[in-house]
Design a protein around this ligand. Structure first.
Ligand code: PLP
Length: 467
């Protein structure tokens, strides 16, 4: 840690502590009433408020979406879950230093990497990670796929509480398995597990449950009680818990992430946890991640299933290692910034876009917007049916992310996505992508600077006012 970071970290800790004591918003961040839509300057590691143009960098969020929408104007990409922020300066410095070596022969990963994983989890969450039971993954989904294959077989059903992360469905299909969706219930504005349904499904021959903690896209930071209840049902029915905790470093102010493996030995023993630095420090392009279990037999089973990832791309390993060593202040400041973004969106929608409903979420940087009233106003369901019928009749095709070309069919959410692109020049994701319960919602990525967010919301407001 350099002197500046050390100093800034102390300053941040002091002000954050004072803020907690006085029950105010974080001390370094001007109150939202003052800061609405304006630039704020609070960062000590990087300037989260700085404009950052990702167009032309091969980004999926901007460049690929543009490629998929020829002839359309995209002002703001708010789809795929990455951030428009620079990563930690220490990461960039270490990568530059490695580049200077100009030799790319076989190389061992940084020797302190497993120790830094352990320290990060202990320091930040009080969680014990067994150092000898950590396996590398080429991203978290690579690890999920290895576990599914090692613990199950083709044709299995895999349990998910929905709405849940869209690529879990793809990964389950890659294992030639099927998703078993337990749709959550909305209770007092918060998603809750439908326990009767969850238990009935777990007891019905399911071998694996993918827990998303905090949950993408609903933002649920699961409590210890909720996690134990899930765990008790899974343990009773011999269901393995695959705990995807990739979003754990993103908790909005006042919320808590509870690591699944820390809630009790019997839960730790029947679970494998997956994490990475990719979301937390915007390192997704480096394709690193890791899994661990307190149960050595589980790790051996994954290894025997063919998961051999001792050597990953060295740049990714260096980047992850540096982030874990130096990233505390970055994460704290980022969470403060993202909390203010979420508050800003909540207030903006309430004041200016009442057709879209949103309350500050708990974890992740993803806003799960209730667009049901807008959908009705646009008659999106019928418009989608009409467009699909037209495309079938006229053989209108489209090519998807995986390069598969087929007749372009519209769900209600697809129609809404296109409406937002055509009328507000933003890209956001349809709720249907996230399974049962997603209809009427859209997922908006808030990990951008305030100016860009303001621009996007302004575009939406204008588009809706023009209806
Ligand atoms: C819950 C969850 N798991 C996994 C991933 C993907 O992780 P990776 O790119 O490391 O495979 C994402 C990305 O959005 C996610 O939200």
């Amino acid at each position: 840690m350099n002197d500046k970071t050390k100093l800034d970290r102390r300053f941040f800790m002091k002000t954050a502590g004072a803020a907690a004591l006085f029950g105010s918003a974080l001390g370094t961040v001007p109150a939202m009433a003052k800061g609405m839509g304006q630039s704020i300057s609070m960062s000590t590691t990087i300037n989260f408020d700085e404009g950052y143009n990702r167009v032309g960098t091969n980004s999926i969020k901007f460049d690929l979406i543009k490629m998929f929408n020829p002839g359309k104007t995209l002002d703001v990409g708010m789809g795929i879950a990455d951030m428009d922020f620079k990563t930690l300066p220490q990461v960039t410095d270490a990568l530059k230093k490695r580049l200077e070596i100009e030799n790319w022969g076989y190389e061992i990963p940084p020797l302190d990497y497993p120790g830094n994983i352990v320290d990060w989890n202990k320091r930040r969450y009080g969680a014990d990670v067994p150092k000898g039971n950590i396996l590398n993954c080429v991203g978290v989904l690579d690890g999920v796929l290895s576990i599914l294959n090692a613990f199950g077989e083709a044709g299995d059903n895999v349990l998910l509480t929905t709405p849940n992360y869209s690529s879990f469905f793809t990964t389950i299909h890659h294992a030639n398995m099927h998703e078993a969706m337990s749709e959550m219930k909305m209770v007092n504005g918060k998603y809750e597990v439908d326990w009767d349904d969850f238990e009935a499904q777990a007891a019905g021959g399911i071998k694996q449950y993918i827990l998303c903690n905090p949950q993408n896209p609903t933002g649920n930071c699961w409590t210890a009680d909720e996690l134990r209840k899930m765990g008790d049902i899974c343990n009773k029915n011999d269901v393995l818990v695959i705990a995807d905790e990739i979003h754990c470093d993103f908790v909005m102010e006042g919320q808590t992430y509870v690591p699944y493996a820390s809630i009790g030995e019997e839960y730790a023993q029947n679970s494998i946890t997956l994490k990475s630095t990719s979301k937390s420090f915007n390192l997704a392009a480096h394709r690193t991640g890791y899994m661990f279990s307190h149960n050595r037999a589980y790790i051996d089973k994954v290894l025997k299933g063919g998961h051999q990832r001792l050597l990953l791309n060295i740049m990714g390993m260096i980047a992850s290692n540096e982030a874990l060593k130096h990233g505390d202040a970055y994460i704290d400041e980022q969470n403060a910034y993202l909390t203010e973004n979420a508050r800003y969106v909540e207030k903006y929608c309430a004041d200016n876009i009442p057709l879209i409903k949103y309350k500050v979420h708990q974890g992740t940087y993803l806003a799960w917007l209730d667009v049901s009233a807008l959908s009705e106003k646009l008659d999106a369901k019928n418009k989608a049916i009409e467009l699909t019928a037209y495309n079938v009749e006229n053989n209108v095709t489209a090519t998807d992310f995986f390069g598969v070309t087929s007749i372009k069919k519209y769900g209600t959410g697809d129609y809404l996505k296109e409406w937002f692109m055509d009328n507000a020049r933003i890209d956001i994701n349809p709720g249907e992508n996230y399974g049962k319960g997603g209809m009427g919602y859209m997922r908006m990525n808030l990990a951008t600077n305030r100016k860009t967010l303001t621009h996007a919301l302004g575009n939406i407001e204008k588009a809706i006012n023009a209806l």
